[in-house]
Write a protein that binds this ligand. Structure first.
Ligand SMILES: Cc1ncc(COP(=O)(O)O)c(C=O)c1O
Length: 399
């Protein structure tokens, strides 16, 4: 069979591949601790599940408008007003089958061959491949520990060229957990304001920020940029609803309408039951979100302390999300069996086989020197998994 040529340009999501590897080892009866998961280990809160059950019983099992029910759009508008202070109308919001789908639709609505999309790196695995699928070109803006994995205003300024169409902002970030302070964001906003860039603000981790009460937002700093910004969000991480597949967006009417046109010719509406559950999530008590955030903060501190105590590992303190992104490059050159470890991919394979801990190699996020550890797992698992990593790394010493 001859598949379409564009398939040769992309690869399967490496984070989902780790899940597959873990499942395969577990099927062989091998105990593996999974630090790969990009989803909260908490269950979907009970009142949200009840909302879905009620919807089912009420027969809300039919097609809905493509971009979601009026109730859901109203709930999204109310959320953005209440929590972010942003005012949007019914024509300026839409819902999709997960935040990933929101971005996929938006990219297809906005980008085409000849466009360049600026992506701060390390970046979430899907950004670059999704951009490539539209025919546009991702332009990576590399960052490192020196700037806390954040781009600087000067870097952004010098990256903007005649074909630069958009910038992807993801704060707090997957995979680094880095989040811009208001002052840092203001500097970027000044550059954005003077450019023609469209900005996609991927806010899926906005609720998981640990050292500051509120996540700064580009549109709070520059409300007049509203016609040049798409807010992409999702109930997946905030409400432990990854399996429900419900993402949403707010932005200029024209773009929202284009997203809905693309959706009308592909998936149609997101699942009606998931929409009803999302209404409950967005309008109901926010207490479970606070409980999760508090627990994640505790785990972040524990994981960072443990990693920093391991020889050869350096680890920045992430401001948010539920990932740490330690540098492991000092282990490159270490010998394992008849092999030499030369990359984050090699080290993560070693840790999977030797320590029975699954984590995601940095390569998929645009870094060969780091691995991503998700702390969206219990303290017990974290303690045990970190013990196993420590023991595994010790076997590679002296470096
Ligand atoms: C940065 C970022 N954006 C968007 C998503 C999409 O999440 P979902 O499709 O589950 O809403 C993810 C999920 O891992 C993510 O990490």
């Amino acid at each position: 069979m001859k598949l379409a040529t564009r398939l040769q340009l992309i690869k399967p999501s490496p984070t989902l591949m780790v899940t597959v590897q873990v499942a395969a080892l577990r099927r062989q009866g091998i105990e593996v601790i999974d630090f790969g998961a990009g989803e909260p280990d908490f269950d979907t809160p009970e009142h949200i599940k009840e909302g879905a059950i009620t919807a089912l019983k009420q027969g809300k099992t039919k097609y809905t408008p493509v971009g979601g029910t009026a109730e859901l759009k109203e709930a999204i508008i109310a959320k953005l007003q209440r929590e972010n202070g942003f005012t949007y109308s019914m024509q300026e919001v839409t819902s999709n089958c997960g935040g990933k789908h929101t971005l996929f639709n938006a990219f297809h609505a906005l980008f085409e061959a000849g466009d360049e999309v600026l992506i701060p790196a390390p970046y979430w695995v899907s950004y670059s491949d999704m951009v490539i699928l539209t025919g546009a070109t991702p332009k990576l803006l590399p960052t490192s520990e020196q700037t806390g994995f954040k781009i600087t205003a000067a870097q952004l300024q010098s990256a903007i060229g005649p074909h630069s169409k958009a910038l992807l902002l993801n704060s707090p970030s997957n995979p680094t957990g880095a989040a811009y302070t208001e002052a840092e964001l203001k500097e970027l906003a000044d550059v954005i304001e003077k450019s023609n860039l469209f900005v996609i603000s991927d806010d899926v981790y906005e609720k998981f920020l640990y050292d500051s009460p509120r996540c700064p937002h580009l549109l709070t700093l520059k409300p007049h940029l509203r016609d040049r910004v798409l807010i992409a969000n999702s109930v997946s991480k905030t409400y432990a609803m990854t399996g429900w597949r419900l993402g949403y967006a707010a932005g200029p009417k024209e773009l929202i309408s284009a997203i809905e046109t693309i959706q009308s010719q592909s998936t149609s509406n997101p699942t009606s039951i998931a929409q009803a559950a999302a209404v409950v999530a967005l309008t109901g008590t926010q207490e479970p979100v606070g409980v999760m955030a508090k627990e994640f903060a505790k785990r972040r501190n524990y994981v960072v302390d443990r990693l920093r105590a391991m020889p050869g590992i350096t680890c920045t303190l992430p401001e948010g999300a539920f990932y740490v992104f330690p540098r492991v490059s000092s282990y490159f050159g270490a010998k394992w069996q008849d092999k030499t470890i030369t990359s984050a991919m090699d080290l993560s394979l070693y840790l999977l086989q030797e320590s029975k801990v699954a984590l995601v190699a940095g390569e998929g996020f645009g870094s060969t020197d780091h691995v991503r550890i998700s702390y969206a797992t219990s303290m017990k698992n974290l303690e045990q998994g970190l013990n196993q990593i420590e023991a595994g790394l010790k076997k590679l010493l002296p470096l």
